[in-house]
Design a protein around this ligand. Structure first.
Ligand SMILES: NCc1[nH]cc(CCC(=O)O)c1CC(=O)O
Length: 324
């Protein structure tokens, strides 16, 4: 009996097509991933392919109203599935927790500062706003956490990319706004923040401040290349956060916050579900040993445990109100 010749490993492609949105933030993120890939794999060339998504086009409606998961991602995912691009770079928090068929997150890059920044021309923080002040945010997570601290505030939708939202607040339509600090630092405009919101006031969105590099699940060559950018501690933390969200049945627009950290060999998760009026909060914590070789395993376990705890404390009722 003759054993078959071993199949030679296909040579990695030397040119990768990277799909990205075209906002300044998305462009920075795409350039960052391209540079990291080219640094990790000498000889590799990454070409950017620009996309305009539904979320970029519809700017006159509040995000939760347009609804729909993957508002900023579906066009890229379709192109990736069809083989028109080899990888897609997203802000991980914009990426729905369920992988579309045939796609997977090949890398979660090292997370930056996950906190939210307070944009307020008058300076100060949440406690310094006058009674009844208006805050611009389209995020139910941000709006409900603000009302939890300051029930008198008026939350109003604000749309547009990072720079547009800062401009709208400065023009006086709102007393303040909330933006991810990571977005400001990538654009080198942290100076626009009046202050940074502490985690007790404003727990971040699952995946905030990490990038997700999406690839075809069966594309071993690209998975190997992109895998070099995967950061194990970030992978564990964001897997826990995204599992918490998924197990609670929430999408990116649900009033669900979560923040995972790895310290002293343990993965720790804080999760929070807040009613839209800020009156009811379910707060949970969970942890498990962190194994750098299987970071996602602990992540799923911790996220699921935290979600079950939240459900036992009535999270479903709090969320039902939000989706009604
Ligand atoms: N939904 C838009 C979006 N997606 C990711 C970021 C920030 C960067 C990040 O979290 O990685 C932002 C802007 C914001 O929330 O202020």
């Amino acid at each position: 009996m003759t054993s078959p010749e071993p199949t030679p490993r296909p040579a990695p492609p030397t040119v990768l097509r990277l799909g990205t949105r075209t906002s300044r933030l998305a462009t920075w993120q795409a350039d960052h991933v391209a540079a990291e890939l080219e640094a990790a794999w000498p000889g590799l060339v990454v070409e950017k392919v620009p996309f305009v998504t539904e979320g970029d086009k519809v700017l006159d409606k509040p995000l939760p109203e347009i609804g729909g998961k993957g508002l900023f991602t579906v066009e890229l995912e379709a192109a990736l599935g069809a083989g028109r691009i080899d990888l897609a770079v997203h802000s991980l928090k914009d990426l729905p927790t369920d992988d579309p068929p045939g796609l997977t997150v090949g890398a979660t890059t090292r997370r930056e500062d996950p906190r939210d920044a307070w944009i307020c021309p008058a300076g100060g923080g949440v406690d310094d706003l006058p009674p009844g002040a208006t805050v611009g945010t389209s995020s139910l997570r941000r709006g409900s956490q603000l009302l939890r601290r300051r029930p008198d505030l008026v939350i109003r939708s604000i749309r547009g990319n990072v720079e547009t939202r800062i401009r709208k607040v400065k023009e006086g339509g709102y007393h303040a706004g909330v933006l991810a600090l990571a977005g400001l630092s990538r654009l080198e405009i942290e100076g626009e923040a009046a202050s940074i919101l502490d985690l007790d006031t404003m727990l971040p969105a699952p995946g905030q401040a990490a990038l997700g590099v999406q690839v075809r699940a069966d594309d071993d060559a690209v998975r190997r290349l992109v895998g070099a950018l995967d950061h194990a501690e970030t992978r564990a933390a964001v897997t826990a956060e995204r599992q918490f969200l998924a197990s609670l049945g929430g999408g990116c627009s649900a009033p669900i916050a979560a923040y995972g950290t790895v310290e002293n060999g343990r993965l720790h998760l804080r999760g929070r579900v807040v009613s839209l009026d800020g009156a009811r909060t379910v707060e949970v914590e969970a942890e498990a040993p962190f194994d750098p070789h299987h970071p996602a395993r602990a992540g799923r376990e911790v996220g699921e445990a935290a979600a079950q705890d939240a459900l036992a404390q009535g999270a479903a009722a709090v969320l039902a109100e939000a989706s009604a």
